[in-house]
Design a protein around this ligand. Structure first.
Ligand code: ATP
Length: 470
């Protein structure tokens, strides 16, 4: 066991009749980053919830070398407190003669940050840090609690590519302290940037475990999906007249049939563009759709005006978890033949399990919940479709399928605004992209200029790659 931080044998779990995990083995070596992959519903969250003690296992053994800790996407940090205070909440404050010593606490935290290789000041307010730095503070907090293994559960899922590159560098450095990481992601590039080994789950079974150096991108895809991916075809789409005009702090046009990508670093304002147009936030601008003023700020009136919105925060903005999939599909307007229509959408958008229609949305895996929200927006046949990071948490196969649906929607004449933290996604589907910096449109890239790397450079405002440390 000495070389192992964690050993899982024969882990099984069923929910009702559905076998979420069947006899899964996984070993985690000290000081390794071990990626855990699998399509939506493969069983990753169930495995993690069992490790965390939130879900009881049906069978199997788990032996942990030392403590296990969990860092989820929301990180659980308090923005208004300093780095030292956030970590001291876990570590305990250092006392001198019975009194809390902030100086001594800060020195202890500084030493801890250094041991993990995190370059932030203990006195910095967490709210002022970049998202990748926040992840590393959460990691340091877990280390301070004595964790020998840390599960990073989709911490990168809404992290723009440039910030992800920095997080990858920090995590690679952090591994030297001997702590082991399980790293859950749907972005395969990250596996190659970051991980030492990889385990793939499919339908609750372990399909493979391998050294990352021995696997290819296509090999991973076929383990994940049980099949190869059809390469996406990018057909030329004729663009129509200008359909959407936005005027204000940010001004731009989108033509009918055009997919406009919007991206930037966190805080650049790129996602705010989608939130304002989708009716989830108010903003300092006005907009017209086919020359009619859009009722921004009023989600219901926006929907009436032909706008559909796929929110980034599906739990708070997009979905009612306690309601059935069918009810979530038709929240605003219930069609005749609702059951048949819902079953058809579930089939077309490949929502799993297949009998999901009458199940509560909460019982679906995260990625399958997102497909339901996507299906609802596209079913409305919008004239303007606004999406905020729509494929975060969606597996590699489903993502390609959703991109295909986006292209179909554009081919039907919709104007599409796609804000995404996944720069590969924008490069793959957008006809044009705006790159935001400090709340303004800083760059515009046309179709033939669109690559993930160029987007990342533009997001930083640098044409010099060495400054960017991608
Ligand atoms: N509370 C629950 N009740 C019923 N079924 C559940 C419950 N939680 C998970 N499941 C089912 O267990 C299976 C595995 O789901 P899990 O959430 O572990 O997948 P995942 O790999 O984490 O997917 P994703 O990438 O979408 O997050 C799915 O079929 C899911 O519908």
């Amino acid at each position: 066991m000495s070389e192992l931080a964690l050993e899982i044998r024969g882990l099984s779990k069923a929910f009702g009749g559905a076998q979420a995990l069947s006899g899964v083995d996984l070993t985690l070596r000290r000081g390794e980053i071990h990626a855990l992959l699998g399509e939506n519903g493969a069983g990753k969250s169930t495995l993690i919830k069992i490790l965390a003690g939130v879900v009881a296992r049906d069978a199997g053994t788990i032996v942990a070398g030392s403590g296990l800790a969990f860092v989820h996407q929301d990180l659980g940090l308090i923005d208004e407190l300093s780095v030292a205070e956030n970590i001291a909440l876990e570590l305990g404050y250092t006392r001198r003669r019975g009194l809390i010593s902030f100086a001594a606490t800060s020195a202890r935290v500084a030493a801890l940050l250094e041991s993990v290789g995190v370059d932030v000041s203990p006195s910095a307010l967490v709210g002022s840090l970049a998202q990748d730095q926040k992840v590393m503070v959460a990691v340091t907090r877990a280390v301070s609690a004595g964790a020998g293994a840390i599960v990073l559960d989709e911490v990168s899922s809404s992290l723009p590519a440039p910030e992800m590159a920095r997080l990858a560098a920090s995590l690679r450095a952090a591994r030297k302290s001997g702590v082991a990481y399980i790293y859950v992601t749907h972005r395969l590039e990250e596996v190659f940037d970051l991980a030492d080994r990889v385990t793939v789950l499919r339908d609750g079974r372990r399909v493979a475990t391998a050294d990352v150096a021995d696997v290819s991108h296509d090999g991973l895809v076929s383990w994940i999906l049980g099949d190869a991916l059809e390469p996406a075809v990018r057909e030329e789409r004729p663009l129509g007249e200008v359909a959407l005009r936005v005027d204000g702090a940010v001004s731009f046009d989108v033509r009918a049939g055009e997919i406009l990508g919007v991206c930037g670093l966190i805080g650049s304002g790129s996602r705010d563009v989608a939130r304002v147009l989708g009716g989830a936030a108010s903003g300092d601008c006005s907009a017209t759709l086919h020359d009619h003023e859009l009722p921004l700020g009023d989600p219901y009136a926006l929907a009436q005006a032909g706008v559909a919105y796929v929110p980034g925060d599906r739990v708070r903005e997009g979905a009612v978890l306690d309601l059935a999939v069918r009810e979530n599909l038709f929240l605003a307007r219930r069609p005749r033949g609702e059951r048949a229509a819902a079953a058809e959408l579930v089939r077309r958008f490949d929502v799993r399990p297949r009998d999901a229609v009458e199940r509560p949305l909460a019982s679906l895996s995260g990625g399958n919940q997102q497909k339901v929200i996507f299906a609802r927006a596209l079913h409305a046949k919008p004239r303007l479709l606004v999406l905020d990071d729509p494929t975060a948490g969606v597996d590699v196969g489903s993502r390609l399928a959703l991109h295909g649906f986006l292209r179909e929607c554009a081919a039907d004449g919709a104007a599409i605004v796609l804000a995404s933290t996944d720069f590969e996604e924008i490069a793959a589907v957008a006809d044009r992209a705006l790159v935001m910096r400090h709340g303004r449109v800083a760059d515009e890239l046309s179709r033939d200029q669109l690559t993930a790397e160029r987007l990342a450079r533009a997001a930083y405002g640098s044409s010099n790659l060495t400054e960017v440390t991608l």
